[in-house]
Design a protein around this ligand. Sequence first.
Ligand SMILES: C[S@@+](CC[C@H](N)C(=O)[O-])C[C@H]1O[C@@H](n2cnc3c(N)ncnc32)[C@H](O)[C@@H]1O
Length: 288
Amino acid sequence: VSAPRSIYAAKLLEFSDLACAGDAAFDRRRRWHAFFRDRIGPAHTGRLVFEVGCSDADFLSRVAAKHPDTAFVGLDWKCKAIYDAAARVTRLGLPNVALIRGRAQDVLRIFGPGELDEVWVFHPDPCDKPAELRNRLIAEPFLVDVHGVLRDETSTLTLKTDHPGYYQWTLALLGLPEPDSFAAARDATADRRRSRTAPLAGDAGPATRVPRVRVRDLMPLDALPRPSDAVRRRFEPAAWSDDFWHDPVALAHAAGRPFADELTRFESRFAKRREPIYFVELRRRAGS
Ligand SMILES: C[S@@+](CC[C@H](N)C(=O)[O-])C[C@H]1O[C@@H](n2cnc3c(N)ncnc32)[C@H](O)[C@@H]1O
């Protein structure tokens, strides 16, 4: 056993009943349902949700408190975040939450085939410098792996992001066009630049809301990925929106889901600035 590398890796051992790190994160593979049956008891629905990048579980613990019969696993690669998350979950007494300090890319080592019902990726790191694009989580390798750990054709992966370039990227991977609002935002920004005004395109007036787009974060169309056949064989796009919280269709799609009424910390920040939250949900296809 190697020595813990950070003070928080060592301190995380205080919460070893619910949080783990390193190779221990792989020990519950294929045993998550038994683990949560013991912790939650007979009320456990058997549903298991995995949140990638849960940070200090501010959001996850609010959601888990409202859904005590559903099991949640939160993961982040920052030790301090998972330590803070474990302290929060313990303080709140949530037996339906477990935490992992680890990498999302290890999803196949953390969960067995068909163990998960939902995967949430809310506000992933944008990795938007040209050299970082290959590190984007929403990409073929991760999605192929996620398909392997989702249960059936009702299972989903949900992405929310404040980053229009990340949204464009995800749509492109699925072979979907970017929203019309992006082209309009580029044009509006070009006009505004000529008259040297606001950096955001669009107008958030209450009557006719046009999503405000951070044009500087849009990707050039020729830099977008090609549609991935491997992804499209494994997932169908179930819903997508360029303004989740103001889109009645997207809201109706998400209604009743555990994440439906809660904003993550990142999300709140952008919502306060009246910037749109982008949303994509993929439903697992059978086979592959
Ligand atoms: C931008 S923050 C968003 C946090 C939270 N989801 C929210 O919406 O407020 C992204 C989080 O994901 C974590 N993260 C990024 N890439 C990761 C990866 N590959 N594996 C695990 N955690 C990751 C970061 O440490 C960070 O806490």
